[in-house]
Design a protein around this ligand. Structure first.
Ligand code: F0G
Length: 457
């Protein structure tokens, strides 16, 4: 058979509402052309994020009913801990309410003023938590990873030579840990190869620096290794995952992605002394170490979700359906980050809308038009999100890329939803030369994309 179908049937449905173009024109205006400010009920297909938006299975819902809500030593905690240890192989598991809480605790326990933390590409909360400690977050992705149209099977890889140079220049004592993000979200959802994980681990270990993996999309990364890396075609994904993490000393995880859950996360380490320190911080803000900011039922949902995400029928459908969207729009001439990533397709708005200069936000223009014309919500990842003010002149410096991310929630939309998204993008692409830029009329000093107000030019 050629068609890869959704490997599930639907037991519960949730209505989505088709609004008219006129209504969406008004909704956009009321939200000051910021899609974060639009009520979700007014969105037809919501591709804002793949985080916390998964559909849970009947087994996850059943497990939730069985959640043990004891404060200390709940049965659900032991099930969660055993599952995480079984998959990732680390000694100590610290539960947190989501990924950034794990990051905050990790960096508060390891980073000092003046340190540097390399990553392939830091996600924005990771960078913010490192910078909050007075340390610098450095991106060392391979050069191919910065070129949207360049095809490379493992575009998320870290540049080993750049890591060696950084260790030599800064000194190992200023680098508390090396991070690798699988898949590389900020670089287009691109995977990291086993060979690269092994090599980066070798360099880090030789310098006595621990390697951590940002594991958010670990299963999608492992499936790409199975598809693309010689020697892994007949290995079960569970074994590939075990090998990936065997090269690391710990990980951070947002269970809102490959945990197939709506909330939750964890931090792992093999270092017993560090784990003790981290648990002390955990108690201050997250909770007791056997629940860490989650309800017992959340622990159950994640324990089941982590098993389901390793199901290879699921992973095949996941990777193929994201690719289906990417291939269909790219065949028709829409410029995207190549090759399609695991959880999202990124449209290159700079290439698609050359008439709109970066400081007039081409990504914002495209995202607004996709909502206006079809009720689809995507997110700008460009100058609105990552533009910087020059501290001396106050002048705005554009971001390196102007992307629009279409993130696919897990198990939520069917192929006909994706076909509708393809049609909508192609329709906007046809009349791309008529799209205009925007200007910001109000912005916050940090993370302005969440609350900025815009006006069309
Ligand atoms: N690391 C990566 C690679 C992420 O993509 C995210 C979240 C986090 C850490 C933080 O996890 O949200 O549970 O605190 N990414 C979401 C996104 C928000 O839309 O890409 P969190």
């Amino acid at each position: 058979m050629k068609t890869i179908i959704e490997p599930f049937k639907i037991k519960t449905v949730e209505k989505i509402r088709l609004t008219t173009r006129e209504e969406r024109r008004r909704i956009l205006r009321d939200a000051a052309y910021n899609l974060f400010l639009i009520p979700a009920a007014d969105v037809l297909i919501d591709l804002l994020t793949d985080s916390g938006t998964a559909a849970m299975s009947s087994r996850q819902w059943a497990a939730m009913m069985d959640g043990d809500e004891a404060y200390a030593g709940s049965r659900s905690w032991f099930r969660f801990e055993e599952t995480v240890r079984g998959i990732f192989g680390f000694k100590h598991v610290i539960p947190t309410h989501q990924g950034r809480a794990a990051e905050r605790i990790l960096f508060a326990s390891t980073c000092r003023q003046g340190d540097v933390v390399p990553n392939n590409t830091h996600f924005d909360t990771t960078r913010a938590n490192i910078e909050y400690r007075g340390a610098a977050a450095i991106d060392l992705v391979i050069p191919e990873g910065r070129e949207p149209s360049v095809v490379h099977p493992f575009k998320g890889n870290m540049n080993p030579q750049a890591l060696k140079d950084l260790i030599r220049e800064r000194g190992r004592e200023r680098i508390p840990l090396v991070l690798l993000t699988v898949t590389n979200n900020s670089g287009g959802g691109q995977p990291v190869s086993m060979q690269n994980i092994r090599e980066i681990s070798g360099i880090s270990r030789a310098a006595g620096i621990p390697l951590y993996i940002d594991a958010c999309r670990f299963a999608e990364n492992a499936y790409f290794i199975k598809l693309r890396e010689p020697g892994y075609q007949s290995k079960p994904v569970r074994e590939i995952v075990r090998e990936m993490f065997s090269y690391a000393d710990g990980c951070t995880m947002s269970a809102k992605k490959d945990g197939l859950a709506n909330i939750g996360g964890f931090l792992c380490t093999n270092d017993g002394k560090l784990a003790e320190q981290e648990k002390e911080l955990l108690i201050l803000t997250e909770g007791f170490p056997t629940y860490g900011g989650m309800a017992g039922r959340d622990l159950e949902a994640i324990a089941v979700g982590l098993g389901e995400v390793l199901d290879e029928d699921y992973l095949q459908y996941r990777i193929v359906s994201t690719q289906y969207l990417g291939d269909h729009i790219s065949k028709a001439g829409v410029p995207i980050v190549q090759p399609p990533g695991g959880h999202a397709i990124y449209i290159d708005a700079k290439a698609m809308l050359p008439q709109i200069p970066p400081l007039q936000f081409p990504g914002q223009s495209l995202a607004c038009e996709l909502y206006h014309s079809a009720g689809i919500r995507a997110v700008e990842i460009g100058t609105v999100m990552f533009g910087r003010k020059n501290p001396d002149t106050g002048e705005e410096v554009p971001a390196a890329m102007e992307l629009v991310r279409l993130a696919i929630p897990r198990r939520v939309y069917t192929q006909s939803h994706v076909d509708y998204v393809v049609e909508a993008i192609l329709e906007v692409h046809e009349r791309r030369s008529s799209l205009k830029g925007y200007r910001i009329v109000h912005e916050a000093p940090f993370l302005r994309h969440f609350s900025a107000r815009f006006e069309p030019l």
